[in-house]
Design a protein around this ligand. Structure first.
Ligand code: SF4
Ligand code: SF4
Length: 430
């Protein structure tokens, strides 16, 4: 090991360690959620993963931004092979160590070289759109200046990553003339423009700049909405694969109803002494949600596609499904920080409901599922809204007046209307 590989190994070890530590904290926070049985149907889930996460199919509903985003995503997948190679090279003082892969290496490097340009152009177009076009879905009361800054910082880093990748390739092929590993169509085309350059210096500066930017970007991810780069795959895999609109029953209520309908059940039976305490209905805080809902919150890209499709938002109501996800994430981060500072049993007397999300917002929802349908990552804001409502209705008895009337009617008349069941057929006498 020479001096530069020792320095590189230390930097790499520190950067990967820091990322792992932040990742562990996020996983710990997600695990604060309740269990959810989403480990079923692995084949169906894998198909959905390939189609929606890797195929990016839901993004094509808006073709221009969809194609640009897909190019960036696919580009990153291809370029990651080269990034891993650079890490191996850096630690062991090698040069193009994956070159032994022969034909596969030619294909990987050629794709990476072409994708670098496509990603570069896509990101420049995204930057232009962010800075000079007023896209309505990028605004909203939940969108702070930091959200936009976060996007610009990420785009600048990606642009620099692609430029340094290309200049590194140009330096590499220029130094090795005809005897290099891999295939670099774009860099070969650009090489004549670097005739009078010190290619050795260009290669070394580009190599270090590229790998440092990779490590900086990696460690910026857990603090930004771009963490969806990491979360999108598990998030789509564990997403709801039932038909939209099918509500999940509450197990506690189902159990009670079954007990009521069972003629052999003893309604006065005392529960066993070691029986767990009954769970609260619905969700008041993030720890009442399940882990998939919490993972959804960390996966949200703040793209606003859900809010732009939401009929409640379009008609001027307070509700924004994007805000529901951002608030859930914000609150979960706060709970995580409280645990770090004060231990697991600490309570700050705050909750997701009321302190972050108001009752006016959740009662504005029409439960139409347009948000879930529109989300490119299959995130489900409606499931959180429904759980918050369940808590209000079943724990706080705080439903709006119109709903309370309907509940009373169901209880008394067996129907949502104000007429007794005995009068149901009266219409036929008229
Ligand atoms: S389900 Fe609710 S939040 Fe989602 S789009 Fe419909 S009204 Fe909006
Ligand atoms: S929930 Fe989905 S559609 Fe809505 S802002 Fe987040 S990522 Fe975008």
């Amino acid at each position: 090991m020479d001096r530069s590989s020792i320095i590189f190994s230390c930097i790499l070890f520190f950067a990967l360690g820091l990322f792992s530590y932040n990742l562990w904290k996020i996983v710990r926070n997600i695990r604060l959620g309740k269990s959810n049985n989403r480990f079923d149907q692995p084949l169906k889930r894998t198909k959905i993963l390939l189609k929606i996460a890797f195929g990016q199919t839901k993004l094509f509903a808006r073709p221009v931004s969809g194609i640009l985003h897909a190019l960036v995503y696919w580009g990153f997948l291809v370029i990651t092979i080269g990034t891993v190679e650079m890490m191996v090279d850096g630690v062991f003082s090698l040069d193009r160590s994956f070159g032994v892969l022969g034909r596969f290496y030619d294909i990987a490097t050629a794709s990476g070289d072409v994708m670098a340009v496509l990603v570069l152009v896509s990101c420049l177009m995204f930057m232009f759109r962010r800075l000079f076009l007023k896209i309505k879905r990028f605004s909203g009361k939940e969108m702070k200046k930091s959200s936009s800054l976060d996007a610009i910082v990420a785009l600048v880093i990606i642009v620099l990553l692609m430029v340094s990748l290309l200049t590194m390739n140009i330096g590499y092929i220029g130094l090795h003339h005809e005897s290099y590993f891999g295939s670099f169509p774009i860099s070969n085309f650009l090489l004549p423009y670097f005739d009078n350059w010190n290619l050795h210096l260009l290669h070394d500066i580009s190599w270090w700049a590229h790998i440092m930017l990779v490590l900086i970007f990696l460690n910026e991810l857990p603090y930004s909405k771009h963490f969806h780069v990491v979360m999108s795959i598990p998030n789509v895999y564990f997403s709801n694969i039932e038909n939209l609109g099918k509500m999940e029953n509450m197990t506690s209520v189902t159990k009670e109803v079954k007990l009521m309908m069972d003629p052999n059940a003893d309604p006065y039976a005392t529960p066993p002494a070691d029986a767990p305490p009954p769970e609260a209905f619905g969700a008041k805080d993030v720890t009442d949600l399940n882990w998939v809902q919490l993972m959804n919150a960390y996966s949200c890209t703040e793209c606003g596609r859900c809010t732009s499709e939401c009929p409640a938002n379009q008609t001027g109501k307070l509700l924004s499904p994007r805000k529901i996800m951002m608030d859930t994430r914000q609150r979960l981060k706060e709970v995580g920080k409280n645990i770090d500072k004060h231990g697991k049993n600490y309570t700050d007397n705050k909750s997701l409901l009321n302190d972050y999300i108001s009752t006016e917002e959740i009662w504005a929802c029409t439960t139409c599922n347009a948000c879930t349908q529109a989300c490119p990552l299959n995130i489900d804001p409606l499931s959180i809204i429904v759980d918050l409502r369940r808590n209000l209705v079943m724990e706080e008895s705080a439903a709006p007046q119109e709903l309370n009337m309907m509940f009373n009617n169901i209880e008394n008349n067996g129907a949502p209307w104000q007429f007794p069941a005995a009068d149901r057929l009266k219409w036929k006498d008229e």
